[in-house]
Structures are given as C-alpha cells and as structure tokens.
Design a protein. Structure first.
Length: 460
C-alpha cells in the first residue's frame, strides 16, 4: 500500500517546503508498542533526565535563529515574534529541569490512631505511563515544549502529533532530543491522518492525553478515551477586555493592537471583545484603528512584517464571511474588512456588532477586534460572561476597587488587571473554563499531572 504524503507549504507564498511520508495504522501500532514497552521496563533515572534536558536546552539555543525561521516559514508567525517563541521554549525546558528537582513524595503520619501504630508510610512519585499529545499550529515549537518536555522530565514515553500544517519544528526538536541523549522511542513524532490519530489517542495503552486545538475535536476525543486515562484539553476563547477609566490611553491602545493582531489573531487568548463606556467607545475604536491600519501585513519571514498570513486560505474565506455578516447585521466597519490575498486579511476593527453575529459569540482566530459600548460596567460584565467559552479576561481601571470587584465578577480562569488577555509566563497555570478546556496547563502543572502517587506502608 502506498503511504499518504504530507505536503508542508510556506505559509505566505504557499510554495512547497517539503513532502513527508505519513504514518499508517501499522506505524501507529508500532509506536504504541514501543512506548508501552519502554514504560514497562522502567523510567530513566532523574540524573539522566536532567542531563538530557540540559543538553537539549543548549542545542535549541544553538539553533534558535533556525527555529525562528522555521516557525515563520511553516506557521506564518512574524519573525520578530517567532524569536520570542524560541526564547520561551528554551525557558520552558529550564523550567522542567528545575521541576525535576522537586519530584518527591512525603511521609504519611500513621500513629494518629491506634490502628496505625507500628507502621511507617510514605509516598513515591511514578511516571503515569504513555503520553499522547496532539498539538496546534499557532506555536509550533513552544506548544511542543509544553506537551513533550514535561513527559521527558517525568520519565514518560511520549508520542506527539503536531499540526499537519506545522510539523517541522516538532520533527527537528525530536532529532535534537535524540542528539541530547534521549533513548530512541521515548519521543516519537506521529504524522497521521484523522483516522489514525483517533486510533492513537483512544488506545488503552495511553495513560495521559494532552490536546491543544478546537473544542469540537477535543471534547469528542475526550469522550472516546479509554477508562482511567487522564487528560488536559486546551481550546479557545472569545477573550473579553473591559475598559473603565485608565490614564495611559496611548499605552492602552498600543497594547490592545498587539494583543488583538499578534500572529494575525490566531491565539486562543487573543483580545476579541473590547467593552468601553458609551461616551468613549467610538473614540477608542478609532484610536485602535489608526494604529492597526499602519501595521505591515506580509510574509512572516520578512523582518518588517507585523501581521503574517492566516494558516490556510480557507481561514481567510471564513474571516471574510464573518466580517461581512457582522456588517450586514449592523456593525460599523472602522478599518480593514478586506482580504489582501489568498492567505492574508486586513487588520479589522468593528464597532458594536450584534450580539448574534459570529464575531461576537465565536472565536474568530483572525485579525479582527470588536469594540462594544456600555452604559454601566455591569452590562459589560454580563456580556463578557455570556458565552460558553471562558479563558482569560482583562479589565483596565485606575480604580483598584473597581478593578478588583469586577475581576471577581468575571467568569474566567485568569483575569489580568491593567494588562491584556494575551499575557502569559510559562510557569503559571493556564486553563480554560466551561467549553474552553479541561485540566490545567503550564509546565510544572503538567509535570504534576503526568505523575502518580504510590503509597508504601511498612509494618515493623
């Protein structure tokens, strides 16, 4: 049987970068067998995991510019932002290195009742088993770090399926891991179609499932996991930002533009809904538009590009349709609103779209931000909380009491005060509520979830 071929294209020019042979059902079976047997034979000792990750961090440092260019070419993230992603990835490896030193159990007091007398009890931490990770395109290196490195750090064999559009960072990272001393089979990269990806995920040999992608796919896969499999799902949001009173308007506007149009809005916590007082909403929308209209849209590999392409032409078609629908349903177009070419769309600002428009109630994952006017801040809180997605939210106010009260009222896993919904450092917990996800991400938190407690009781 002829195997399928995965064609990887340059995100902006759509020229073919490479063609990769995909893994079939037998390949998936072989990967699972390899990973399962490695786990059964016992994990690598901590000192060896430390040495591997330290060498791996140094190898990534040596190739940091190559990785940045790979991210820009396959994923379309502007080079200036791709370099930041690589820096975060290196930091992520170091976070895991530090985390290994804190893997430990504890002594359990046993003589608190007569029944426990003459017994000594303590816990140890063991790797949970085979990890399967399904990743997304928008951070093709750093997401791999978050899903794969915790497995290496805890001693779990891991099989990662990168996004079909951006597999090259994962493949190169896996090569460097082997070069750093990770034994063959502990990290395998699966290039699979949907059918074989499902076979990989739902297999009973899997102990932990990590997923980053659409809610529809994530919840479906969770429903099909084998009994007892732990999982962490990271989906998306329609991130709300509430503006109250804030003295640094210029700084606020510059930040909103970055937080809305970073990576062409293809970020799960990208600012999509901005709520502003009725007497300020139009002014704020125009100020955002004035800055957004000056952004350079182009090939991500170009040093001057601010906003790169969307990941696929069909996503431009979708964004265009949603914006046109919003305008037809009453939104005011302040700037943008047009496709530039097959893969690029203008940075777009809409004022007061209908609550029923898709740009108001679904994640657009494109370079579009919507500004809504409110009479009372309680209306903004109600609107911000009205959707079935709930990830990170933001409020800007010089009044700390107002900020704190409304931060508590916002339905979100994290609320940023006088900062943007896109803020993240890689050691903090990161998770969605409601339809936005399940479990807690962040390197240390993921390491914790990939370990199991075992209690040992000695009668003496």
């Amino acid at each position: 049987m002829v195997k399928k071929v995965l064609i990887v294209k340059q995100a902006y020019t759509e020229k073919v970068i490479t063609k990769l042979e995909m893994h079939d059902a037998q390949s998936v079976e072989d990967m699972l067998n390899t990973a399962s047997n490695l786990h059964k034979n016992g994990c690598l000792p901590a000192y060896q995991r430390l040495e591997i990750l330290q060498k791996l961090a140094n190898l990534v440092i040596k190739e940091r510019e190559d990785f940045a260019r790979l991210i820009a070419n396959e994923g379309g993230k502007p080079l200036k932002d791709a370099r930041i992603e690589v820096t975060r990835a290196i930091d992520g490896i170091n976070i895991a290195i530090a985390g290994i030193r804190h893997i430990k159990g504890e002594q359990i007091p046993m003589d608190l009742t007569q029944a426990g007398v003459q017994r000594l009890a303590f816990t140890i931490m063991e790797p949970i088993g085979v990890v399967v990770a399904v990743s997304a395109f928008n951070h093709p290196l750093n997401l791999i770090i978050h899903q794969v490195v915790p497995a290496i750090a805890t001693g779990c064999p891991v099989i990662v399926k990168p996004a079909a559009t951006t597999p090259l960072c994962a493949l190169r990272f896996a090569q460097l891991a082997i070069k750093a001393g990770l034994p063959e089979g502990y990290l395998q990269v699966a290039l699979t179609d949907r059918e074989n990806s499902e076979k990989l995920v739902i297999d009973s040999r899997v102990a932990f499932f990590s997923f980053i992608g659409s809610a529809q796919v994530g919840w479906m896969l969770k429903s099909r996991l084998a009994p007892g499999v732990r999982c962490a799902l990271e989906h998306g949001g329609v991130a709300p930002l509430i503006f109250d009173e804030y003295s640094d308007m210029d700084g606020f506007i510059a930040g909103v533009v970055k937080a809305s149009f970073y990576h062409a809005g293809q970020v799960c916590v990208s600012v999509q809904r901005v709520f502003a007082p009725k007497d300020k909403a139009k002014e704020i929308a125009q100020k955002i538009a004035d800055v957004a209209s000056q952004l350079v849209v182009g090939d991500a590999i170009d040093e001057t590009t601010d906003v790169g392409p969307l990941i696929l032409p069909k996503e431009v078609d979708r964004v265009e349709a949603w914006v046109n629908q919003a305008i037809a349903e009453g939104a005011t177009l302040i700037t943008g609103g047009k496709r530039i070419n097959s893969v690029s769309y203008e940075p777009t600002v809409l004022l007061n779209p209908s609550d029923y428009s898709k740009v108001s109630n679904q994640e657009i994952f494109g370079p579009v931000v919507c500004i809504y006017s409110y009479f009372d801040i309680s209306e903004a809180i109600e609107a911000a909380n009205s959707l079935e997605v709930s990830f990170q939210a933001s409020i800007f106010s010089d009044n700390i009491t107002t900020a704190m009260n409304n931060a508590k009222a916002l339905s979100a896993s994290a609320v940023m005060i006088n900062d943007y919904t896109t803020f993240r450092v890689d050691w903090m917990p990161f998770s969605g509520r409601k339809h936005s996800g399940y479990g807690i991400g962040g390197i240390n938190h993921t390491m914790h979830d990939m370990l199991e407690h075992k209690m040992i009781v000695i009668k003496h």
